[in-house]
Design a protein around this ligand. Structure first.
Ligand code: HMG
Ligand code: MG
Length: 311
């Protein structure tokens, strides 16, 4: 297999993970989570959303979160911005990257951002232009690229069409998102190859939710065709408020374990991420969904119990 030497992991737990929690997560906890992730070595953390608080109440404190985190030079702190109102909030908060988020499925676009795909692109256009003018990095995210909870199958051509429109808006990076985790490796490779006809492969990313347990296989399949940017969520936090039954993103710990095992560098300290996964799971009273996280925590607990007491 011809695999890359380095993979960029975008940690999306503080946004994609926490946006779906029913109980309001205190701002202090969000800030502590992002600071720990920063210390673990991530170069890109999706920290917040500047969306309507009526639609996603959990993200209402985005400005506070951004004001209170300790930033590390070299780490980009990204935020979601569906429209100019969100963009203005993002600029005021000093976001390094703004994310416009559309969909390859009309039905999902309506449920998630209350407009058609064409309307969404028109809404993103001023955001994209303003980002370019201010020199802020622009990322585009395409939901339901491997299937939709409302319409089912999503044709590859629909994904490619949105990739092209996002390229035309000037996106620096584009995410191929499996919102409900239904994709399988062959289909993922087809979509990635087709998307790369419109946008550089090394600036496409895989954003895989793990609902059907396919995410690690889909990452490996994506690596094989040349993708080298992946999104992941510490402790496998998350779901999607507009995709019932969708589980979190693939757990960051599991992705790191696989990549490091393949000899691929990430610059991220797996042990630190496992401790962070334990911290956030306990802080919000949720089971840790990372297999690697659970295995290592169990192993470390057993080792410390077995260690002889100091004389
Ligand atoms: P709308 O209701 O059509 O918009 O929502 P509107 O312009 O009519 O505004 C309605 C109200 O929201 C107004 O307030 C606006 O001021 C306010 P009111 O006058 O009623 O008091 N508002 C805002 N407030 C704060 N920040 C803003 C903002 N915009 C409007 N930016 C809108 C349209 C897009 C705003 C809404 O649908 C929305 O916020 N949706 C967000 C949905 C969302 O965040 N979904 C989750 C993230 S996407 C995701 O998770 C998928 C991803 O992970 C990839 C994958 O896995 O698929 C990225
Ligand atoms: Mg997502």
């Amino acid at each position: 297999m011809n695999l890359p030497n380095y993979v960029k992991i975008v940690e999306v737990g503080p946004r994609d993970g926490l946006q779906n929690e029913k109980v309001m997560v205190p701002t202090d906890v969000k800030v502590a989570l992002i600071n720990q992730l920063t210390d673990a070595g991530f170069v890109n953390i999706e920290a917040a959303s500047f969306v309507s608080p009526k639609w996603v109440p959990q993200m209402a404190d985005g400005a506070d979160v951004m004001a209170r985190i300790q930033r590390r030079p070299g780490t980009l702190y990204s935020v979601l911005t569906p429209n100019m109102k969100g963009f203005e909030g993002a600029v005021a908060a000093g976001a390094d990257e703004v994310v416009i988020f559309g969909a390859a499925s009309e039905a999902f676009s309506q449920r998630n951002i209350n407009c058609s795909i064409a309307e969404s692109i028109a809404r993103f256009a001023p955001v994209a232009a303003a980002a370019k003018e201010k020199g802020i990095r622009l990322r585009g995210s395409i939901s339901c690229a491997l299937g939709c909870p409302y319409q089912g199958e999503v044709p590859v051509s629909a994904v490619v069409d949105v990739v092209r429109r996002m390229r035309e808006l000037g996106c620096d990076e584009i995410d191929i998102a499996d919102t409900i985790g239904v994709g399988t490796p062959g289909k993922v490779q087809d979509v990635m190859r087709a998307a790369s006809a419109e946008f550089a492969m090394d600036r496409l990313s895989g954003h895989f939710h793990d609902t059907y347990g396919q995410a690690l296989s889909n990452i490996l399949a994506s690596l094989e065709v040349g993708i080298s940017i992946f999104h992941a969520s510490v402790a496998g936090l998350g779901g999607c408020p507009y995709a019932k039954g969708a589980t979190g993103n693939v757990a960051t710990e599991d992705v790191l374990y696989m990549l490091h095992g393949l000899g691929i560098h990430t610059g991220i300290d797996l042990e630190a991420v496992v401790h962070t996964g334990d911290y956030i799971s306990q802080a919000i009273g949720r089971a840790n969904s990372s297999r690697v996280g659970r295995a290592l925590l169990t192993k470390w607990a057993a080792a410390s119990e077995a260690a002889p007491a100091c004389a």
